[in-house]
Ligand binder design. Structure first.
Ligand code: NAP
Length: 485
């Protein structure tokens, strides 16, 4: 089995800890490689390198930095198929979704490369004569990027690309469940010609290496995607660093009585069972008008029965494995909880019969909005159907939750659609489309316990830069604002 190394100061390096850990293929439970179990000492080396690289990288004109990002785009495009296969093997999602993950990385690097010739500030009139006012963008400094396993190439890219174009240098820690994907991405960034020290990668657990990243006094910003629990910990421990948090979700699809049910069915199948339900934007609640609920339940069960569980590498697989054994146990725990809470198990409700971390797609009906299966993030292929009587009740049920990431409504009625757009407490609302499918040039993020950060599109630039205000007084005399004589 191959041993992979950290990337510090432009070199592939073993950890000072001399310890390693394994990453498993979730479809076979077999190890795919061994990785550095990094220590605080490794982090100090990486931070020193990132600090040394900062001034020269910041001084490189943004359009020149962009040339490297355009090169990254080219390399990602050339390598898309191979990277997607690695992602299937390490993370488990089906091949076409993994290819979509790589495409997202391509898109965000391309978008952010274009930003090299924008990075807009503002100009605005002064209240005084002969004075010029403007804002410019400056980098945050050395930033820490900590990412989850469910989009192991796209999510790091959503952060690396804006961080680079804004002139930051980076310490990147991928999830311990997908370190190989992180390493393959950094190999490409290195090949594209990033100067040494601009990006440093450390593998290892949240506790051993994530925690010291958050607390490191020389790291000025943290961009994190992951669970609410870790997000809270970061908020508490990052002191006065600039922090971006993209956390969990419990997203709902509302289906009104006038909805095109065939269209809604496709949306629910994709939202609930795509990526085996392991998306922060997964649709784990269906809030449906009582007039159409029974018909829709039948349609959903019929289609779900046809979904095939298996390795994501096989072309006929619809649902890949969960990420690990404890994810299977967690899903099974919630399924039993749902049954005990009085929900009706319509379909599924058991682990897959094949080797690997599989769980059957599962549908509950008669779910009450306050049941724990309708409140807590299960992060697996489980969907809860909740009946409602009208649009107001639908929106109340949708909002009766601690999270606020994505949401969707299926209706032909403009008034319903706009009510949903205006009243749903979420960072994202889709009309007649599922809860998943973000495009990289729009801001992405949530409200409430999902965190209130935004990333991607222009929000990515805001996350990884500071706005500096410039006053240029060319009057040749002391002028005081606010009319002070
Ligand atoms: P997680 O357990 O919070 O881990 C996320 C990352 O944080 C991993 O790299 C993890 O390291 C690290 N970490 C854990 N404890 C840490 C600590 N004390 N200090 C610093 N870093 C620490 O989340 P996950 O299980 O990987 O991902 C699933 C969660 O992510 C779900 O809740 C999902 O909704 C959320 N998510 C949100 C979005 C969004 O954009 N809103 C997108 C995708 C996923 P190790 O795992 O290596 O120990």
């Amino acid at each position: 089995m191959k041993t992979y190394k950290n990337f510090i100061d432009g070199k592939w390096t073993s950890s000072c800890s001399k310890k390693t850990f394994c990453s498993l293929n979730p479809a076979t439970e077999r190890p795919i490689g061994s990785f550095q179990d990094s220590s605080k000492e490794d982090l100090d080396l990486a931070v020193t390198s990132a600090e040394e690289a900062l001034s020269s990288w910041t001084d490189t004109p943004a359009p020149k930095r962009a040339e490297i990002l355009f090169k990254i785009v080219e390399l990602l495009k050339k390598d898309k198929e191979r990277l997607a296969k690695i992602e299937v093997i390490e993370m488990g999602k089906v091949y076409k979704e993994a290819a979509g993950d790589i495409q997202e990385a391509i898109d965000i690097f391309e978008y952010m490369a274009g930003e090299g010739r924008r990075l807009f500030g503002h100009t605005t009139p002064s209240e005084l004569k002969n004075k010029f006012n403007a804002t410019i963008r400056i980098p945050v400094g050395v930033v820490g990027i900590i990412t989850p396993w469910n989009f192991p190439i796209a999510i790091p890219s959503w952060k690396l690309a804006p961080a680079l174009i804004c002139g930051n240098t980076i310490i990147f820690k991928p999830s311990s469940y997908t370190p190989l994907c992180g390493i393959e991405l950094i190999k490409i960034l290195n090949e594209a010609g990033l100067p040494k020290g601009v990006v440093n990668l450390l593998t290892g657990s949240g506790e051993r290496i994530g925690n010291p990243i958050i607390k490191h006094p020389k790291i000025k910003g943290i961009s994190f995607t992951g669970s609410v629990e870790t997000g809270k910990f970061i908020r508490k421990n990052a002191e006065l660093k600039k922090v971006g948090l993209e956390l969990g979700g419990k997203n709902a699809i509302i289906i009104m009585e006038d909805a095109n049910l065939d269209l809604a069915l496709e949306g629910v199948l994709w939202g609930a069972f795509g990526t085996t339900g392991q998306r922060c934007t997964a649709a784990s609640r269906v809030i449906i008008h009582e007039k159409v609920a029974k018909t829709f339940e039948k349609m959903l069960v019929n289609k779900t029965k046809k979904l095939k569980l298996g390795s994501g590498i096989m072309h006929n697989t619809d649902i890949g494995p969960l990420i690990n054994k404890s994810a299977v146990e967690k899903v099974d725990y919630y399924v039993n909880l749902g049954i005990n809470e009085g929900a009706k198990l319509l379909y599924g409700g058991k682990p897959g019969k094949i080797k690997g971390f599989f769980y059957c797609p599962t549908i509950f009906s008669n779910v009450k909005p306050d049941m724990r299966i309708a409140q807590e993030e299960i992060f697996g292929p489980v969907v809860s159907i909740i009946k409602i009587k009208d649009i107001n009740e639908a929106i109340n049920v949708c909002n009766n939750i601690k999270y606020g990431l994505s949401s969707s409504i299926y209706t032909e009625n403009m008034a319903y659609a706009f009510k949903a757009i205006n009243k749903i407490e979420a960072g994202i609302t889709y009309v007649n489309a599922s809860t998943i499918g973000a495009e990289i040039h729009l801001p992405f993020g949530g409200v409430k316990k999902t965190g209130s950060s935004r990333e991607a599109g222009w929000a990515g630039i805001e996350e990884f830069s500071e706005e500096k205000t410039i006053y240029i007084d060319y009057s040749g005399k002391l002028q005081k604002a606010q009319g002070i004589e």
